[in-house]
Design a protein around this ligand. Structure first.
Ligand SMILES: *Cc1c(COP(=O)(O)O)cnc(C)c1O
Length: 477
């Protein structure tokens, strides 16, 4: 007879090795090069082309994890990770993930795991309070902000029942006006993808111009909406961003809310990265105006030490979201369905991981003030870095520093901007090849700009100082 799973003895031995490895890793993730120093195909070349027919030992498998896979891993848990938005798989979060996997709960219905559903509701309500939001928000956890924004725009469509999109679809509907979604030029590409996926059409995702600090211009939004209405198009939704991906800029949410309300459009706020800054008491105003939004996304898996994936969706109109997605086949009918939250009613996916466990563990293990203190330190380190850039001849800030993000550029006097682009790319490549720091780039006004984003729990001032010295050396070389 074949064994059902690993024997208890095998499990014990393998768990000891895995936990020892995790302990060593989280104790010092900085001993690995932060950016994987491999060329495309190098990892695949070391993996057998076909699966093993016979069972292999966990020791053999874990040996290959270390030998074959680790060299091809980019270490998001490295304190020198400053690219994109830095994140953390914190110790409490990692332990929660182990327990989540052990339970293997599918929280599609309340009944299929009451604790997963009720903890999700409670942990999100804690998060709501931490963000300084009032009552009246319903929360649900999704995998990513991209999916949350997709669901929010689907709800926006359902908020106009006359369109009858749920039943009749959008194709072959000459009776319908063209639907329009507005977001700033600096909004995340997930807004475009949502418009594409929902059949609204990419060209109907209107990119509204920004001001000199990369914030949506309310006057430009108002005129775009007015022009669309005059042309018989229907303003469906506005997406305001609190903390844009390139620069961390914050759209004027209150002014935008006023205009959206006037146009009868749904207001979705994308605060995926910067939303958690509102946990810091002196940064409470980060989410000013959001009280008037219909939906909001904040990603604890970004800047709140929760392992990916965990995106928090909040909406003041859960009834509309539910109307968009609730569909209960016979085999999912439960006796208590009218009294409980069944998470499957609030999105596309049926199955759901028990993600709330890690959010709950992270909040409890650090405490609200502990989380705030860590975020505050990140912002202080970013401010220090920005001041070094400002003081250094030949370097400039490319946007106002926001939260824990600094956009800057090496711009030696007299060097034409195109040549400076080449120089900045070379600086970036050199720094990233060092294995000590990893930064990414964006383009602002057509020019290549470097971004330093602080967000890893283990990043200390010395790591930021090291990145700065690597940058200056790379520019001189
Ligand atoms: C990171 C980011 C996203 C996308 O987040 P995912 O969870 O990876 O989908 C969306 N919007 C903004 C502003 C972001 O910074």
């Amino acid at each position: 007879m074949i064994p059902l799973d690993l024997s208890n003895r095998q499990l014990h031995a393998a768990l000891e090795r895995v936990t020892a490895w995790i302990e060593g890793y989280l104790g010092d993730p900085g001993r690995f090069p932060v950016l994987a120093q491999v060329s495309p195909g190098a990892v695949a070349a070391r993996l057998p082309a076909s699966p093993p027919d016979e069972a292999e030992s966990m020791d053999a498998i874990l040996d290959d994890f270390e030998r074959v896979l680790l060299p091809g891993v980019t270490h998001w848990n490295h304190p020198g990770f400053f690219a994109y938005f830095a994140t953390t798989g914190s110790a409490p979060g990692v332990m929660a993930e182990m327990l989540t996997a052990a339970l293997n709960v599918n929280a599609m219905l309340w009944k299929t795991s009451p604790a997963a559903t009720e903890l999700e509701q409670r942990a999100l309500d804690w998060l709501r309070q931490m963000l300084g939001l009032g009552t009246g928000w319903f929360g649900v956890i999704n995998d990513t902000a991209s999916i949350t924004t997709l669901l929010a725009l689907a709800a926006a469509r359902e908020a106009k029942p006359d369109l009858q999109v749920r039943v009749r679809g959008l194709a072959g509907r000459p009776d319908l006006p063209v639907l329009r979604v507005y977001a700033s030029e600096q909004a995340h590409s997930s807004v475009d993808k949502a418009a594409i996926t929902l059949g609204i059409g990419h060209e109907n995702c209107v990119r509204v111009p920004v001001d000199e600090a990369f914030r949506m211009r309310p006057d430009a939004l108002a005129s775009a909406i007015a022009a669309d209405r005059a042309a018989g198009r229907l303003p469906l939704a506005v997406v305001a961003t609190v903390g844009t991906t390139s620069t961390g800029s914050v759209d004027p949410v209150s002014a935008i809310a006023e205009i959206s309300a006037g146009a009868g459009a749904w207001l979705h706020v994308d605060a995926s990265y910067a939303g958690t800054a509102a946990i810091v008491p002196e940064c409470r105003d980060t989410l000013a105006g959001v009280e008037r939004a219909d939906s909001l996304v904040v990603n604890p898996h970004k800047w709140m030490f929760t392992p990916i994936d965990l995106s928090a969706m909040f909406t003041r109109r859960p009834d509309v979201l539910k109307r968009a997605f609730s569909l209960v086949p016979d085999y999912l009918v439960t006796a208590e369905q009218d009294e409980v939250v069944n998470l499957m009613d609030y999105g596309v996916q049926l199955g759901r991981r028990f993600r709330a466990l890690k959010l709950w563990m992270v909040i409890r293990a650090f405490g609200v003030s502990g989380i705030a203190e860590r975020l505050r330190n990140h912002m202080a380190m970013a401010r220090d870095f920005a001041s070094w850039v400002e003081r250094e001849p030949g370097w400039v800030l490319a946007a106002p520093p926001m939260f824990s993000l600094v956009c800057f550029r090496c711009a030696p006097a007299g060097l034409p901007p195109e040549d400076a682009d080449v120089l900045n790319q070379r600086v970036l490549d050199r720094v990233n090849a060092s294995g000590r720091a990893y930064l990414s780039h964006t383009r602002l006004h057509g020019r290549l700009v470097l971004r330093l984003a602080i967000g890893n729990l283990r990043t200390e001032p010395r790591h930021v100082a090291d990145a700065w010295s690597l940058l200056r050396d790379a520019a001189r070389a």
